[in-house]
Design a protein. Structure first.
Length: 197
């Protein structure tokens, strides 16, 4: 499996992202030194795509597949793409506050700790639907790991399209998110322009 091993803060710096978007509360003290080069239109589009891929932890091929799927759906392609990325199971776990970062959420799903509507799901890219109930397995709930996670994510706001119950380590997808409630600093219009060339 391909893994991106670039240090998170370094990647955040190069893409101009705040580490808090990814769930990291670290700060980089280094400034990014860029010569006064003018970034081309293609460069801007590419950076937006890299940002989206990095935030959601998706590699190029699956990301292109999401785009193709979003393109076939009704409505705006960019909005559809962002909604699909946001409803991935690993992202929903992160949003519910059951993981400190999306990477950790992905690992929790991989380790078969998650039930969706009572069924075990170990695919991080599983797309949840409105009305889905997501919970951590009963035998895993009492582990120290989840106590630490809940302590760390205590102050995190759960988006309004989700309903979380941290005590029981379960949550519900009330509805699919709209683009307005997805607080990710990505301009999806540029991604669509890049792929539609």
């Amino acid at each position: 499996m391909a893994v991106n091993r670039v240090p998170v803060l370094k990647r955040c710096r190069s893409l101009g992202l705040e580490p808090t978007v990814l769930g990291y509360d670290k700060k980089s003290r280094r400034e990014l030194k860029r010569s006064n080069r003018k970034v081309s239109e293609y460069g801007l589009q590419l950076r937006e795509k890299q940002k989206a891929k990095f935030i959601y932890g998706v590699l190029e091929k699956p990301f292109r597949n999401y785009y193709k799927k979003a393109d076939k759906m009704q409505g705006q392609t960019g909005t559809n793409l962002m909604i699909m990325l946001e409803t991935r199971l690993d992202n929903v776990l992160f949003r519910l506050g059951f993981a400190r970062t999306r990477k950790e959420a992905r690992q929790i799903v991989d380790h078969k700790h998650v039930l969706v509507n009572g069924k075990q799901v170990n695919i991080p890219s599983y797309l949840v639907k409105a009305g889905d109930k997501i919970e951590i397995k009963e035998k895993c709930k009492s582990s120290q790991r989840y106590k630490d996670i809940l302590e760390a994510t205590n102050g995190r706001l759960v988006p309004e399209w989700l309903e979380a119950n941290p005590e029981a380590l379960e949550g519900t997808v009330k509805e699919l998110p709209t683009r307005e409630v997805i607080d990710v600093p990505v301009n999806e219009v540029l991604i669509v322009e890049l792929y539609s060339k």
